[in-house]
Design a protein around this ligand. Structure first.
Ligand code: CP3
Length: 354
């Protein structure tokens, strides 16, 4: 099978984000922010009320396209991220998903092994509006701006599917995995297969790179981290590369701590997303220099702004100046973030020098 034209033909020399992701650039980093489209933007709040639910918003290409482009217009980030959610995958597997205002996601919890067997095949029909959004965004992005697709990693998505909601430590899914390891493995395998198909289709439709969000990797003991995070993400990456050998993939095992180095090397990801808690000095010493880094300013620093922000940004810039680094937050931007602090962040990064 031949690699997708979008991956092969996109010239990274015109897109700083891709040059860095390919390990060809050091020094002043390209920048985008996780959750860069969202409630901290007045223009997002203005269009958010046009859809009756968040899921409908994600499945309305005109709105999702507009939300994807808003932060690019306002800030000129080096990459746009598709506006959608990781929970469209359970929705497309036939599980009921909704978002309650102020409360986060609600799913019909999978409480028994039978419920896992009853899940359907991934419905590309249900996901069709997401692919239409990719097509629309693709035609409107500035040529220097890269386009990122994404999915949730199997462990993180499964943890919402089992609990039916976000929890502080994803205890319901951890307990389910200890009690019913075979059924849980079946769920993870279904999600691996769905993620390979979903990411491949995103690449075929036109994204330049994809990110796999393992937001809940940090709650697992080492053995479970290996089985439920590292192995599934490795399988997704090799599955996507069977179809698209040059696919660019960023893995974000949030809370992966001392596992992140082997995570980067063993999964074969092009870059590793670092979270807020990782120490830059540790990264410099223990993550091999050929591993491309993304991250990892504390999102709370961007709310505080001022001197705290100035110092924290400087620390990250200087720690990774000599290696390929994409500037980002250590987790998603928070709704309380003042847009002026994002502007100050970009000024500081763009005027930085060795
Ligand atoms: O980064 C982007 O700008 C693209 C869009 C994006 C969203 N969710 C939009 C969203 C992405 C990449 C995600 C990923 C996502 N969704 C993750 C992984 C990253 C992470 O934050 O850990 C997770 C765990 C989810 C599940 C999810 N979606 C939760 C827990 C919530 C509720 C929390 C909240 O912020 O409200 C959502 C809702 C959600 N997803 C919103 C947005 C903009 C807010 C809903 C709204 O605007 O009404």
């Amino acid at each position: 099978m031949s690699p997708s034209p979008s991956v092969q033909e996109s010239s990274h020399s015109q897109k700083p984000f891709l040059a860095t992701l390919d390990g060809h650039a050091v020094g002043k980093p390209p920048v985008w922010l996780m959750r860069q489209a969202g409630r901290y933007l007045p223009e997002y709040r203005a269009i958010r009320c046009k859809a009756e639910s968040f899921l409908n918003f994600c499945y309305t290409p005109a709105l999702a396209t507009e939300a994807t482009l808003q932060p690019i217009r306002r800030f000129g980030f080096d990459a746009a991220i598709l506006f959608s959610d990781i929970l469209v995958v359970p929705d497309a597997l036939g599980q009921k998903v909704s978002f309650e205002t102020g409360e986060g996601p609600r799913l019909d919890a999978l409480t028994s092994p039978d419920a896992i067997e009853r899940l359907s095949e991934l419905s590309f029909n249900r996901l069709a509006p997401v692919f239409e959004t990719i097509e629309r965004v693709k035609t409107s992005l500035p040529h220097e701006t890269a386009f990122i697709g994404f999915c949730g990693a199997p462990w993180t998505v499964a943890s919402y599917m089992i609990a039916g909601r976000g929890t502080p430590d994803q205890a319901p899914a951890r307990l389910f995995a200890y009690r019913y390891p075979e059924a849980f493995q079946l769920l993870i395998d279904k999600l691996i297969e769905a993620s390979i198909a979903y990411l491949s289709q995103q690449i075929e439709t036109g994204v330049d790179a994809v990110q796999i969000f393992d937001s809940w990797a940090g709650v697992l003991p080492a053995r479970e981290f290996e089985r439920w995070c590292l192995q599934p993400v490795t399988k997704i990456i090799s599955g996507v590369r069977m179809r698209h050998p040059f696919a660019r993939i960023i893995a974000f095992p949030r809370g992966g701590a001392s596992h992140i180095s082997s995570f980067a090397l063993r999964t074969g990801a092009n870059a590793i997303g670092l979270d807020t808690a990782v120490d830059p000095a540790w990264v410099t010493q223990f993550v091999p220099p050929n591993v491309v880094l993304q991250g990892h300013l504390d999102p709370l620093v961007l709310i505080a702004g001022g001197q705290a922000q100035d110092m924290a940004v400087k620390e990250i810039l200087s720690a990774y100046w000599n290696r390929s680094h994409i500037f980002n937050l250590g987790h998603g931007i928070l709704p309380q973030t003042p847009v002026e602090h994002v502007e100050a962040l970009l000024r500081q990064i763009r005027s930085s020098e060795a």
